[in-house]
Design a protein around this ligand. Structure first.
Ligand SMILES: Cc1cc2nc3c(=O)[nH]c(=O)nc-3n(C[C@H](O)[C@H](O)[C@H](O)COP(=O)(O)OP(=O)(O)OC[C@H]3O[C@@H](n4cnc5c(N)ncnc54)[C@H](O)[C@@H]3O)c2cc1C
Length: 437
């Protein structure tokens, strides 16, 4: 658990392995916790265990990574970063946080094309759930992976590469931890770049597509509150637009899409301090200090919350938001903030963006699961016609058959999991619910 993000450590006695997730809504049921310091130790541990799961930094909101058996953190393994300048790749230890990787990469003159809203998460944990940032032309974080090394059920070390293992590789990247314990990942990198971040207020929803297309990475925030008499804007307005543009692109004009410029730095969650956020007001800075919303070393988001997110075909954006309109008051009553982002299509079997450019509709709920549950069910019913794919690391209750039907390669992934893990060593209750044996 990251002790620098304002949350209690919560690690098991003497093990340095989290006892609960970051949000505190999941207490890991593990009978045993492990923090191996070498690869051979990890391989023996996996080979000798009946039930085992890896944990990253514990920032997921559901029980995908929970196990009653052995819980293993890879944070004790050497935290290596190897940059290959000729191939433009970096090979990184699984447990490394994106924020730490980014600092090292930037110093070497390289960048990742995208980052999540927070840099506190581990590379392997984020890739396992297809964590994403935003950008019409930018894939999720897992799309940068060109090779993976993992310890499989029998303790063997398996390496798979995008250029050598073709279709099978596409099934193994976003793997929900179901195929083995990932030890190292190779990621594509690009030359380091600078970004300016501008926050604009009060975007008419009709301008949503234009706003998304206006810059390298764009996030929209709405609280689902407001009506014709609300000083924050008429119904349907987006409260904040976070526009992250390449530093040499021209700033948005004063009257951009009917918005106004934020007078000072802001936080997307009402009431939270702007100092937790990356620099705004157009101040140029390195990619890794602008693409995330939240700064390493500060609490990301609000800290007392649950999150859900649904990925929908990009073309369905207007219809999907209109389908949620009748629920606006119900949503607002248990919501801290809602974020809309775009993610480019990819070919990774279990990626929520598989085969379709996507709109990601994200909800930061209050921390009260009982109050959120009935609203979540209504949101899922309203979005059902748009074939939603849930964020694998957030709270969802969608029907397993509907989830399976939303992924053309779901059965292929289930077969891959059976082949690599015939005894179900890496299974969890949540996997058993969604992934047929
Ligand atoms: C404040 C906050 C903001 C967030 N913002 C975003 C965002 O902008 N975009 C987004 O898409 N998501 C976001 N998330 C969700 C988060 O990125 C995902 O839940 C991510 O998976 C968390 O990474 P982690 O390292 O904490 O993984 P964990 O939660 O520890 O693990 C996630 C899964 O990966 C598996 N796993 C971990 N390590 C390994 C390994 N070495 N080998 C095999 N399997 C492994 C675990 O078993 C588990 O199933 C946010 C979460 C929080 C708390």
């Amino acid at each position: 658990m990251d002790a620098t993000d304002g949350k209690p450590g919560g690690t098991g006695p003497g093990t340095g392995v989290p006892e609960r997730n970051w949000a505190g809504n999941v207490r890991y049921a593990a009978a045993r916790r492990h923090r191996p310091t070498g690869l051979d130790e990890l391989r023996s541990l996996v080979a000798g265990s009946d039930r085992i799961r890896a944990v990253g930094t514990g920032h997921s909101f559901n029980r995908l990574g929970d196990t009653a058996g052995d819980l293993v953190s890879l944070a004790g393994l050497p935290q290596t970063v190897e940059v290959d300048r000729e191939r433009a790749t970096v090979t990184v230890a699984a447990a490394m946080r994106y924020g730490d990787l980014a600092t090292r990469l930037h110093a070497a003159g390289f960048a990742l094309p995208t980052m999540a809203s927070l840099p506190h998460i581990s590379v392997a944990g984020a890739v396992a759930t297809a964590t994403h940032g935003s950008g019409d032309g930018i894939g999720n974080l897992a799309t940068a992976v060109s090779a993976l090394e993992l310890v499989t059920a029998d303790g063997d070390l398996l390496t798979v590469r995008r250029d050598a293992d073709g279709d099978r590789f596409a099934g193994m990247v976003v793997a929900l931890g179901a195929l083995g314990v990932v030890t190292r990942l190779t990621l594509d990198v690009v030359p380091a770049f600078e970004v300016r971040q501008y926050v604009r207020l009060g975007l008419p929803r009709a301008a949503l597509d234009e706003a998304f297309a206006s810059a390298y990475s764009v996030s929209l925030f709405t609280d689902w509150r407001g009506g014709a008499d609300d000083p924050r804007g008429a119904a349907g307005r987006i409260g904040q637009v976070w526009r992250k543009q390449l530093a040499d692109a021209p700033p948005p004009p004063a009257d951009w899409l009917g918005t106004t410029a934020a007078a000072g730095p802001v936080h997307p969650v009402p009431g939270m301090p702007a100092q937790n956020c990356t620099a705004q007001l157009g101040e140029p800075g390195p990619w890794h200090e602008r693409l995330p919303h939240f700064r390493l070393g500060f609490t990301p988001s609000s800290g007392d919350e649950l999150q859900s997110e649904y990925h929908l075909p990009r073309a369905a954006a207007a219809g999907a938001l209109a389908a949620l309109d009748p629920l606006a008051d119900r949503i607002a009553a248990v919501l801290q903030i809602c974020e809309l982002r775009t993610v480019a299509a990819d070919e990774l079997w279990l990626s929520p963006q598989y085969g379709r450019d996507s709109l990601a509709v994200h909800f930061t709920w209050i921390g009260d699961g009982d109050a959120v549950a009935p609203v979540l069910a209504e949101v899922e019913r309203a979005l059902a016609p748009f074939v939603p794919r849930p964020h694998w690391g957030k709270v969802f209750t969608l029907d397993p058959a509907a989830v399976a039907a939303a992924y053309p390669r779901f059965a292929d992934f289930a077969a891959l999991a059976r082949e690599l893990d015939p005894a179900g060593k890496f299974r969890t209750d949540l996997l058993d619910r969604y992934l047929p044996r």
